[in-house]
Design a protein around this ligand. Structure first.
Ligand SMILES: [Zn+2]
Length: 111
């Protein structure tokens, strides 16, 4: 199903900050390889927001992925400014609904 030119874990991902950074509580991104991108983010690399979040000592976690979603999906989701609505942790805290499935488990992207 996958060949060498098709990263098997490309897609859109949502990161939830354990402590808000200013007004930001989430980071939504697209990566050709989510696992590699997360490893970069953990070093404070790959996104300006995650760089400053790391500098502020804020921990974060991957809360949701849209496997194989395109950059268009990322743009659409970003345009909605809907991190809270999309985030299973925030939804759960708000008591709005049961935690949503994350698509694939976080471990899928860990190597
Ligand atoms: Zn959240």
């Amino acid at each position: 199903m996958f060949d060498s030119t098709t990263p098997h874990n490309a897609g859109v991902y949502l990161i939830h900050f354990d402590t808000p950074y200013k007004h930001a509580r989430h980071y939504l991104g697209w990566a050709g390889d989510i696992g590699k991108r997360l490893a970069r983010h953990q070093r404070g690399d790959g996104a300006r927001l995650l760089e400053v979040v790391r500098a502020a000592g804020i921990s974060w976690q991957l809360v949701r992925t849209w496997p194989d979603a395109t950059r268009d999906v990322e743009k659409r989701l970003k345009g909605q400014h809907s991190g809270v609505r999309l985030c299973p942790i925030c939804q759960h805290k708000a008591g709005r609904r049961k935690p949503m499935g994350a698509g694939r488990p976080v471990s899928f992207y860990e190597r």
